[in-house]
Design a binder for this molecule. Sequence first.
Ligand code: BTN
Length: 258
Amino acid sequence: MTGLLRKTNLDSDLISKIYHYSELGSTNNVAKSMILTEKKHGFGICSKTQTSGYGQRGNYWESPEGGLWCSLAIKPDIKPSKIGLIPSLCALSVAKALKSYNISTRLKWPNDILNSSDSKKIGGIIVEGKVSSKILEYLIIGIGINVNNTLDQYSLPLRTNITTTLEITKTNISLVELLNAIINFLEEGLYRIKSGEEKVILLEWKEWDNILGRKIVLTSNNIEYEGIAKDLTLFGQIILELDDGRKITFSSGHVSLC
Ligand code: BTN
């Protein structure tokens, strides 16, 4: 861990403080140990760079300077049964925040944010958490967005699959302002979940969705399922219709478009 750079105080019920570092292994890991040792939540950990950032399925996440690499440690007042919708809500919050910068995105279930014109990945979300005795103890929401980055900051294989907001708009964005916008949309969405309005989130997600009605390959527990992405449930699951007509519901998995 390299030096705490500064602390930002926010006027938000969800996140009151953001700690900014210059270099960390993974902001998710630091947020996790802080929530466990200090027994407090409602904070964010951001780092200019990460040396061992990780994404879904434990994949290494390249985090060069200029991107938004941040983890939010929260304890939302929602039932554990509703957690399934959180990854989608987070991706939706990022998409809405980017829209306020005129960056048009699409969402690939469960939590990938793609540039709408070429489907290249701008960012992703990883949600980790703990539930004990049917109580949600905490959630760590890891947000990774390629923002003020040029493609030459990434490894060669990645350059063909990703893009950055700088590549799209040719202008820099304030990372703090972008994060604030994401937190505001997230807070609003969590309030909706708490008050039983999950349907609103689902309907909004569908406006941004990139896969419903399309043929996809969904990999879950190392098994590949090919079929049409039919629908999303109020619990954030996807319903896949296989070629033989069977419908299977998945809570997690990796999607590739056919
Ligand atoms: C994905 O695989 O699409 C999710 C990527 C999430 C990366 C972010 S960067 C900040 C936070 N710290 C991590 O180690 N991972 C998440």
